[in-house]
Each structure stands twice: as C-alpha cells, then as structure tokens.
Design a protein around this ligand. Structure first.
Ligand SMILES: [Zn+2]
Length: 263
C-alpha cells in the first residue's frame, strides 16, 4: 500500500512538473506579449511609452523584476530605473551602485536611464519618511527629463516584507495622491504582487497559481520570463552573491514569473 502511494505521489509530481514546462514554453512569448498589449495601447502612440521601475536597493531589479524588464524592453517600451538607496547597510554602497549599473546593462538598460538616490534620509535598513521618497522620485524624473506612463514597483508587503520595500510603495502612493491634489497627469502604477512563502520558492511551478489568479482577474498582469536572464543580471551583484542568494535564484518564482495589480 505504501509503495502505491509513493508511486502515486511521484507520478503526480512528474505530471505537474512536465505540464508546467509545456505551459511555460507555450506562454513564454505569446501570453506575455498579449498581456502587454493592453498597457502599451496608450492614447499617445506617437511618443514612446515610458515605464519607470522604482526599487529600494541595488539588486531588487534582478531579484524580483527581470521578467517584466525583459518583456517591456522587447515591446519597445523605454525602461528607466530609480533606486531609492545605495544599499549601504554593510558599507558597500559605492560597490553596489556600480553593480546596479552593470546589472541594468546586462538587462538592456543603459546607465543613462538609471538613477540612484544616496540621501542620508534614505539609507538601507533605516526608517524612511514617505515624503523623502517622493522628493527623490520627483528629483529623478527631473534628472531624466521624463514623466513616465507607468510606474512598476513593490506592493504594500514588498515581496520580502523589507521595510524599505514597503516604504517605496508608500512613497509612490503619496506621489499619486499629490498628483491628484495638484491635478497633474496621473501615472499608472503597477504593484508587483507578493505571494506566500511556499509559492515564492517553487520556481516555475507557481505558474499554475499565477494562471488561475489571472483567469479569475485576481491580478491585472502576468508576465513569464527566462530564468537565465535573472541569473546573468544577478551575477553582476558580486558583493551580494552569498550562498542563500544562490538558493534564492534557484528556487524563486520572481526570477521567471511576475504578477501585478494596478493601483
Ligand atoms: Zn531590496
């Protein structure tokens, strides 16, 4: 009887893994492109569509957002990156700034489209005031001379629950409410959905759950990407490549699946 159950579990796991791989191959480009059509059909089609990724630390871009960056760039959307801190928690801020530029280059974003804030008020691991985050974001827009069509960022939990990730989201909420008050052009904001700890670490198998969420409109955007692209970008963050980061890269769903809700 025990052998029967062991065989059954093994069979189900193999079936689950096999069908997931087939799904991934089917959805790799087609589904991603279809998803992006809805957000790139802006009224201003004569101008290039601009998306700004706003993160808290160097390496957030490739640990969590690589599939989205790849998908946006492949559709001709201009992607800018704003990083609200230099990641100086262990005194490696200058190294980490350079690593972020290298990682973005690997992903296809030139250094001229990367802005790294290094304010004493927005240090890695410290408490951030939302208004300081808004000031930094507005400063970055001015330095790029852009007003983006989209902002991509963390949601209220910030994937890992890190307080700087949460503060990044709160700063963007504050920015949007300021825009409403001042009757400025509103930027559409897409929040990267945080998932539970098990879903977070089952790699491509999470595609099943993500698809079901998309089917029932629990998420607005589902993007599937190549794991290798996350790996290549993460390798540029040499100062961060400790053993548990390798484990994360191996098992994380965010290196190949991103789901977003619109704010
Ligand atoms: Zn982070």
């Amino acid at each position: 009887m025990l052998t029967f159950f062991v065989n059954l579990v093994f069979f189900l796991l193999c079936f689950f893994a096999f069908t997931t791989i087939i799904l991934r191959l089917l959805l790799w480009s087609g589904h991603t492109k279809r998803e992006l059509v809805s957000i790139s059909d802006q009224p201003i089609q004569t101008e290039p569509v601009i998306a700004t990724l706003i993160i808290a630390h160097p390496d957030d871009e490739c640990m969590f957002f690589t599939p989205t960056i790849n998908a946006f760039l492949s559709r001709g959307i201009k992607v800018y990156v704003i990083c609200l801190s230099s990641g100086n928690y262990y005194g490696k801020g200058e190294i980490r700034k350079r690593e972020l530029i290298l990682s973005c280059n690997t992903l296809g974003i030139p250094a001229s489209r990367v802005y790294i804030e290094d304010s004493p008020k927005l240090q890695d691991g410290s408490e951030w005031n939302h208004s300081d985050g808004v000031i930094a974001i507005r400063k970055a827009f001015r330095s790029f001379d852009i007003l983006p069509d989209f902002i991509l960022t963390f949601d209220s939990f910030g994937v890992s629950g890190h307080k700087n990730h949460k503060s990044t989201y709160l700063a963007i909420q504050e920015l949007i409410s300021q825009q409403r008050e001042m009757e400025e052009k509103l930027i559409r904001v897409f929040k990267l959905c945080s998932v539970g700890i098990i879903r977070k670490h089952i790699a491509i198998l999470d595609l099943w759950f993500a698809l079901i969420e998309r089917l029932f409109d629990r998420v607005d955007l589902l993007i599937v990407g190549k794991w290798e692209n996350s790996l290549q970008a993460m390798r540029q963050h040499k100062s961060q490549l400790v053993w548990f980061r390798w484990l994360y890269i191996l098992f994380a769903r965010y290196t190949m699946i991103n789901t977003f809700k619109e704010l």
